[in-house]
Design a protein around this ligand. Structure first.
Ligand SMILES: [Zn+2]
Length: 404
């Protein structure tokens, strides 16, 4: 029945969809709260709830707090009548999740991106993994509501095309009609949005919906991507412009040359490759570090090796990370001063794999923004969903598309 919610609906079907959407968003929820939210009469609401139960769309899930009389029944959606596929395509990996309607992860697959990860290779990987997940969980195509993708931009979201992401590790990623390619092979509905947006939505709905209304979400990996929720709503901005983002905010007009051609961008000091270059150049100048003992050829040092050295308190790597974090924090304080978010979520390996970087960035941004707005209540978090946030949010976006 959820699949029919996208078609032309009678008045009664519209009410069923509204009620189901509310139970999905707020459940477990009582009948009186549903009546208060929808303005339906007691009789109509009871009749619609019975109908949703008869269609096996919702279930009774225990009792709520009593306000004097009997404890009220609570209702929540039945999570396993359909499943969803969420996919995260970034420069570092492709991740696929099979989820139930509560966005609980039932199976996952991950492929590290390298020079051979062309669109054809990735599409084959996705198709094979999805088919295997269906077999392993005894599901058929009709049991899947569809596929949501959170991807690296720039995108044409409407047409479902990945346009031409910069610095992708493999060739061929130009005007890839990924929605059509996947829906043809898997015979499922496919939607796409920027990965940073789906990750932000996932974290918002999972944890912060009741406490925060204005959120900035940053994914920092090879580049830096930013998503924004203002007054509880995702800000989409201009489609097809997802190329750069906050990473090219200028923090020193006489600063380092950036890959964009400008000078002094945050990116030039704090991208994964900038951090790697700083460490390698310092080692070549003969500075002391545990990495000097571990590597003969410094060019072989990977970002993961630097993270490990930082976590072992290596003085050289800690110095590099502190400087990168300082510039990033200054950039972030500019974002705070413009948008006044009440929460900033920082994700991606630089934040999640090194406490030092996260601490320097948040401390710098906090102190700088307090100078200008001392009363502004600003909070920082690394989110709770980790690397799965983008794919979970992509599944959530797909489910929402039936309920809007
Ligand atoms: Zn730049």
């Amino acid at each position: 029945m959820i699949k029919q919610f996208n078609q032309a609906l009678s008045q009664k079907e519209k009410s069923l969809k509204l009620l189901y959407g509310l139970i999905n968003e707020r459940g477990p929820i009582s009948k009186s709260d549903l009546i208060a939210e929808t303005g339906l009469t007691q009789t109509t609401c009871s009749r619609l709830i019975d109908e949703l139960i008869n269609h096996a769309l919702i279930i009774e899930s225990g009792f709520g707090e009593s306000s004097g009389g009997r404890k009220p029944y609570l209702y929540e959606i039945k999570s396993d009548i359909y499943h969803l596929i969420g996919i995260d395509i970034s420069r570092r990996y492709t991740k696929i999740l099979l989820m139930d309607l509560n966005l609980k992860v039932k199976a996952e697959a991950r492929l590290k991106m390298n020079q051979t990860s062309t669109p054809d290779v990735i599409i084959d990987f996705i198709v094979d993994e999805v088919n295997e997940m269906l077999t392993n969980h005894q599901l058929q195509t009709k049991d899947i509501l569809g596929i949501g993708i959170g991807a690296i931009g720039p995108l044409d979201r409407e047409k479902g095309i990945i346009l031409n992401p910069v610095h992708f590790p493999s060739p061929g990623w130009v005007n890839v009609p990924i929605n059509d390619m996947l829906s043809e092979r898997l015979e499922m509905k496919v939607l796409i949005d920027y990965g940073v947006n789906t990750a932000l939505l996932a974290e918002y709905q999972n944890e912060f919906i009741k406490t925060h209304r204005n959120i900035v979400y940053v994914i920092k990996g090879v580049g830096s991507r930013t998503g924004i929720i203002m007054d509880g709503r995702l800000v989409h901005g201009s489609d097809k412009l997802g190329m750069y983002g906050q990473g090219h905010m200028i923090v020193d007009i006489h600063g380092r040359k950036c890959i964009c051609g400008g000078y002094g961008c945050v990116q030039a000091y704090s991208s994964i490759s900038a951090i790697k270059n700083d460490v390698i150049n310092s080692l070549k100048q003969g500075k002391n570090s545990i990495l000097a003992d571990r590597f003969v050829d410094f060019e072989e040092i990977q970002f993961e090796d630097i993270c490990q050295a930082v976590n072992e308190n290596d003085s050289l790597c800690c110095e590099v990370i502190k400087e990168a974090g300082y510039y990033t924090g200054i950039g972030l304080s500019n974002v705070i001063n413009v948008l006044h978010p009440d929460l900033i979520i920082l994700s991606g390996p630089t934040y999640t794999d090194m406490d030092l970087y996260y601490d320097v960035v948040t401390e710098t941004a906090f102190k700088r923004s307090k100078v200008i707005y001392p009363d502004h209540d600003i909070n920082f978090s690394r989110g709770n969903l980790g690397e799965n946030a983008t794919a979970i949010g992509a599944g959530g976006m797909l489910l929402s598309s039936y309920l809007e």
